[in-house]
Ligand binder design. Sequence first.
Ligand code: AMP
Length: 460
Amino acid sequence: MCGVVGISGVENAAQQAFLAMYALQHRGQEAGGIVAFDGEDGRLHKGSGLVSEIFDPESLKGLRGNTAIGHVRYSTAGGSDPANIQPITARYRLGELALAHNGNLTNQRALRTSLVEDGAIFSSSSDSETLVHLMAKSRAKTVDDQVMDALSHLVGAFSMALVVRGKLYAARDPRGFRPLILGRKGNGHVVVSETCALDILGATYLRDLEPGEVVRIESNEVHEIGRLDPAPQPAPCIFELVYFARPDSSLWGESVDRARRAFGRQLAKENPISADAVIAVPDSANSAALGYAEESGIPFELGLLRNHYVGRTFIKPEQKDRDFGARMKYNPVRDVLAGKRVVVVDDSLVRGTTSRSLVRMLKSVGSTEVHFRIGSPPVRFPCFYGIDMPTKGELIGSTLEVHEIEKQLGVDSLGYLSLEGMVSAVGQAGPYCTACFSGRYPAPLVDVEEGLASEDGPAL
Ligand code: AMP
């Protein structure tokens, strides 16, 4: 998963992109970069690590101009290859081109194979690079038409910011899997993955870019240049609301905090239990745990503290015991937990690694009962649209039944939110993509169907 920023018509655009990327850091911590354009002339700085590690005042000073795009990249299987760090830049026959992409294409292998057979040379394994080749190959006369032509070949999830010859373009795929928000900053415009990035910029929210909408932002005006295939129904990703987005953002017209509280309340209705305290697995489950506490009447307590300064710490071999990772990240508040029957709310259960360690942690400080409640249904299927998930066989919910998971985790009880309960708790912008829970994939999995990719999960 990733975060995307585009700035147009704002002085020191790179500085603004840098700030927005700070706010979007939760969407990707592996790497990042900014390309700034002074007229049609682009300058790029990118690297591995957190935004604060990649940029310093010197590197930002070199990125001059009023247009910029930025990208933060989530850790994925092929993630450490520096060639995959975005924005991607290229020079083609009409000039310079830069691209920042959030989402995953489901036909990238098919496209790549046919482009390579036609003589294209790829410099990365990133699916986003296909768009660069499609732009270069397009015979359309204007840049606008080339952008539309290139985008029309893509299947799957893409929210993109693109600069061609110094002009900013933004696009969302026809199903609108990933968010992209349009805002105003002074006389200029910004596009960002989440509204929390507007706040840090002091920008005002204009609207969500619509599914399939493609715009060019130039001379402080937003021009719609076209719509991609209007046939499919929108399918915004519900996992953004469950886990990925920040609770201070609004997505699909829905406050993320409110949505998570609604999940928590519904979870409490579906899975009641008698207990002394409700605690969250911080930070992503805080809102859902508050919702559970409100509905159940059981007091919400701060039972686990999360260390926010844990980076990519070197773990020595003797520290590689099964709970060390969780102990680095979470610490129990003993007085809150000792002698108590505790409901632990997490937003999702993926491999079960975190919860297994947390149960042992809570029992070791004297909790008498540990009841796990999950603010989403079992994750049973891989995501092909950009959420980094393990393969199907590694998903605990795809291989085991609830009573077997209870045993594996060592919990006194486990309860999930139902799929119907989750969808009905939000609903406004639906129907949502629920593929990771339901196995219903709204956009065709072209590479899987053509035998070019595994149905157990995407090769990211
Ligand atoms: P696990 O320990 O493998 O069951 O993962 C569940 C925990 O990871 C939960 O606390 C979630 O907040 C978090 N989580 C859920 N989905 C993801 C994801 N795609 N990438 C990283 N963490 C995740």
